[in-house]
Design a protein around this ligand. Structure first.
Ligand SMILES: C[S@@+](CC[C@H](N)C(=O)[O-])C[C@H]1O[C@@H](n2cnc3c(N)ncnc32)[C@H](O)[C@@H]1O
Length: 267
């Protein structure tokens, strides 16, 4: 199912890597992932989330603070029983690994443009195919996936549509306008309103919203490390002032989580 990022020819496995009929060869990294992001498709030396952001997210997620979010994502995916699925913008793989566990019979793929993220992610579920690749040029064949996951990540909708088999769909998870409100009120004098339906305007013809739901719960963050990690893994880590961030990190925090799930089908 993998295609060459340079010429779109089918990739086949060779010793410790993959090769296309034109002879473009990509080695498997020591950790087990394939790097299918050619240097000419990179817009910086190390695109995507950096090591510090990835580590902060990994510590926070491994602390179990977002465990209900991952559990619901995995349940929704399992209900669709896809034969092949892809997590687009998988980060350090916390959600991907739970999708893999919920879909043991399926052929699972995950990609992220950040090598630091994929390097760590592939250790969580070695049975999946892990790729350093861009979501703008996904190295998978047309109509090859029955389910795409997009979790807190940007998305290239045209690519998503190209990858989906008819009847397949995109499982998108993203924040609602209420998400982390108490935290945002501590960080900013004026909390920016966030249109949590804006992504629906981007759904291309040929795809349609088939299901939406929101999961809400309260986080109790008693640990300073967890509060620092929550800031570091979100844009608040650089957007808010240093004084406000320090004040948030210093005191226990109770904050509401409110995350929206959308199932957007390929008609
Ligand atoms: C907010 S993180 C979410 C990561 C993961 N899904 C999670 O929720 O833990 C967004 C991810 O998208 C990745 N990303 C950004 N632009 C990308 C692109 N063009 N192609 C692939 N991944 C990209 C980043 O490197 C980052 O890991």
């Amino acid at each position: 199912m993998l295609t060459c990022p340079l010429c779109q020819g089918a990739l086949s496995a060779v010793d410790n890597g993959v090769v296309c009929p034109a002879g473009h060869r990509f080695d498997r990294a020591r950790q087990g992932y394939l790097n299918l992001l050619p240097v000419q498709h990179k817009n910086s030396r190390d695109p995507g989330d950096n090591a510090a952001m990835v580590e902060a997210r990994r510590r926070f997620l491994d602390g179990g603070h977002y465990a209900p979010l991952a559990a619901r994502l995995a349940e929704l995916a399992a209900e669709r029983s896809p034969a092949r699925w892809l997590d687009i913008g998988c980060g350090e793989g916390y959600y991907t690994a739970q999708l893999g566990a919920a879909l043991p019979q399926a052929d699972g793929y995950a990609l992220d443009i950040s090598r630091e993220a994929v390097k760590r992610a592939c250790k969580r579920a070695p049975q999946l195919t892990w790729l350093v690749a861009s979501m703008a040029r996904v190295p998978l064949a047309d109509a090859s996936c029955n389910l795409l996951a997009s979790v807190f990540s940007p998305l290239d909708w045209q690519e998503a549509q190209r990858l989906l088999a008819p009847g397949g769909g995109l499982l998108r998870m993203g924040p609602t306008r209420e998400h982390l409100m108490a935290l945002r009120q501590k960080l900013y004098d004026e909390v920016r309103d966030y249109d949590d339906e804006k992504h629906l305007e981007l759904i291309p013809p040929g795809m349609r919203l088939a299901h939406s739901e929101t999961l809400r719960f309260t986080l109790h963050l008693d640990s300073e490390q967890a509060r620092a990690d929550l800031l570091a893994m979100t844009p608040h880590g650089w957007r808010a002032s240093a004084e406000r961030r320090a004040a948030v990190i210093a005191a226990p925090l109770e904050v509401g989580v409110a995350i929206r799930y959308d199932w957007i089908e390929r008609c």
